[in-house]
Write a protein that binds this ligand. Structure first.
Ligand SMILES: [Zn+2]
Length: 287
């Protein structure tokens, strides 16, 4: 059964580790992540962007697939199904569809509007026992070919959002989605420490986990991060493994054209990436 992310993040915060949020794109992705979490006895958060939800034939399909898999694969570790960077409408649709956790990303709105919309969703989520992630300070990354370096959130604005009763907060600390450029200045630990000082024991979320050096990840966890989002790294690992299979001509040998055979190396690559991240984040055996 899907659970809210609240308990797993509270425990992570107390235990000084982080729970991995891994985005899913299809059945193979979901299965690989769930099996790895179970094998490592780790809690896990499955992230679904609105685009990925659409790709997988809608939020209802995603919920049905994940719930059926939890049952069929006998998954007993805590699993949250979470909307990633949701719009206000998207968050409501996911709540209706049966997600156990949602993110409302109001970071592009003026702070007053972000507060107003977040507040409404806090009320809905509290009533249903769901967890809610809010965002302050946009997270950088490539959009239409322009690379934004990642804003640093205003700690006072973070406190305003934290005080609404959200479960977790994503605060921009110079982090970015996708691959980090060579001239990236690194995470702003000053901002992270200031945000945590203002928000007390609220679980903080680090987006853009792909390519952040391990020592920075550990320091971020020390300073209060207990959910880390990983998306691009699984995509790169999956595609590299499938590319290798084809380049080695394996699709041309015997029944190598069978999609189950073609995608298998990709699935193994996702498993290895998720395992590596869970070990780095410290969530192994914390289910
Ligand atoms: Zn993100």
């Amino acid at each position: 059964m899907l659970v809210s992310a609240k308990d797993m993040l509270t425990k992570a915060k107390q235990g000084h580790y982080a729970v991995g949020h891994f985005n899913i794109n299809n059945l193979e992705w979901t299965k690989a992540i769930l099996l790895t979490a179970q094998e490592l006895n780790s809690p896990v958060i499955l992230g679904v962007s609105e685009g990925a939800g659409k790709y997988m034939c809608g939020f209802n399909t995603v919920v049905a697939m994940v719930n059926a898999m939890l049952d069929t694969l006998k998954i007993t570790v805590p699993v949250a199904l979470h909307l990633d960077h949701g719009t206000y409408e998207g968050a409501k649709a996911c709540i209706e569809a049966g997600f156990s956790s949602v993110m409302f990303d109001g970071s592009h709105y003026p702070i007053e509007e972000n507060i107003e919309k977040t507040k409404e969703l806090v009320a809905v989520c509290n009533k249903l026992g769901l967890s809610l992630e809010a965002e302050v300070g946009a997270i950088g990354g490539e959009e239409d070919g322009v690379v934004g370096m990642g804003e640093c959130a205003d700690p006072d604005e973070c406190k305003m959002i934290a005080d609404l009763g959200v479960t977790m907060l994503a605060a921009g600390i110079g982090n970015m989605h996708g691959k980090y450029p060579a001239n990236w200045k690194g995470l702003s630990f000053e901002t992270l420490a200031a945000v945590q000082a203002k928000t007390g024991s609220l679980p903080l979320v680090l987006h853009g986990g792909t390519g952040i050096p391990a020592d920075m990840i550990r320091k971020a966890i020390d300073l209060g991060v207990c959910k880390i989002n990983v998306n691009t790294e699984c995509q790169i690992a999956f595609t590299a493994a499938v590319r290798k299979y084809i380049e080695e001509g394996k699709d041309l040998q015997g029944k190598g054209f069978d999609p189950r055979k073609l995608l298998a190396p990709g699935v193994e690559a996702i498993k290895a990436t998720v395992k590596e991240k869970m070990e780095l984040f410290g969530s192994v055996d914390k289910a």
